[in-house]
Design a protein around this ligand. Sequence first.
Ligand code: BGC
Length: 449
Amino acid sequence: MSEFRRACEKVKQFMLGDNELKTIRDRLLENMRRGLDREGVKDAKVKMLPSFVTHLPDGRECGTFIALDLGGTNFRVLLIDINEEQIDMDSQIYRVPQECMTGTGEALFDHIAKCMSDFINRMGFADRNIACGFTFSFPCEQNAINSASLITWTKGFSASGVAGKDVVALLTEAVARRGDITVEIVAVVNDTVGTLMSCAFEDHACQIGLIAGTGSNACYMEKQSNITKLDGLQDADGKMCINMEWGAFGDDGALDEWTTEYDRILDANSVHPTKQRFEKMMAGMYLGEIVRLILLDMCKEGIVFTDDALPILETPESFGTHMVSQIVDNQPRHFAAVQNILACADIGAIRRDCEIVHMVCDAVSRRASYMCAAGISAIAIKIHQNRPDEYLDITCGVDGSVYKKHPTFAKLLKVKTNELVGLGIYVNFRLSHDGSGKGAALVSAVSTR
Ligand code: BGC
């Protein structure tokens, strides 16, 4: 068998047909029901976390706020001015050093407070008492809009002493330790919720928020009467935004049929083994690694490159997700461009190698967008079930590096979602620039109104 044929054989397992995607969609729907249910939630992997955001912005919000956005490789501090249906902002990006992500919680929150202080000083707000919205993009149990206990870290974070604690209190303490700024954290939101809020500010049909970035997750507006696990909801006809934490879908084996040997190796080597199985199939933090593991296996079997490439392919993180994007951006027949990208990583490739690499990158990216489409179609169907007689035309607000930077992810996501939703539903996607940060300010505006 030719090398190309042997490579196709290996890549086949990443190709999911519509029937398989529908099975995944329906399993997620079942998980969603369980996560909202008083009894079912006890062993639910998809946590379906209430956000205590009950209203989308209506354009009347106003004020000046600081927003913090922590969740990926960078930490952003923003100054946001909401005024007459317009949002002006300035911001600064700060790096979160590896030792803060994986050290002590105190060091992490001290770092955040230091960046806040630096930014607030630069903006000339040091002597003002300013309200702050905190976008904290990890699974949190909330019982109010300004309190959120971390359930568990995800992505590359593992700072000690934070799980089980209220992150608003930890940040407030860190700010108090410095004593040089006066901020009150009035709202804490997940990045998906922030994205939904900022997209809904511009588009009233927006009911879903999606992050396709370093991590992956979605939220949507659910009828309060369906959230039976939550006591004391005032408004039987009202809604509440649910942070699904869909990344954990599959942690009970629900995705095992579609889990490849490469997914298993990736999981075993990750910061949080056995956790976030759905996320590990589609988020930016992992796509490059999956490609690396496939190419390593193929290289060992003599299908691609020569043994000279082994030391590089054996090095974790040597194949970044940005390389996957760049490679997919080229036609396989334009092999010289792929060859250059590989050369930058010190991998020597002939034409056949480039074609195989292209095929691998395409298959891994395609699976990611189709998995995501299965997820969004499950949400759209769930929303439609509340009003089955009406045609549902909704918008999904999206933010995240994979959605913004990958050349085919967004298009495949849109097409496949609408193939999977069935009749009577249409889902439009709308990029929400800086949505997660702006959304925290909008939630703050609503909650201080
Ligand atoms: C986190 C979510 C977050 C997503 C996108 C996941 O790892 O658990 O809370 O929304 O990443 O940032």
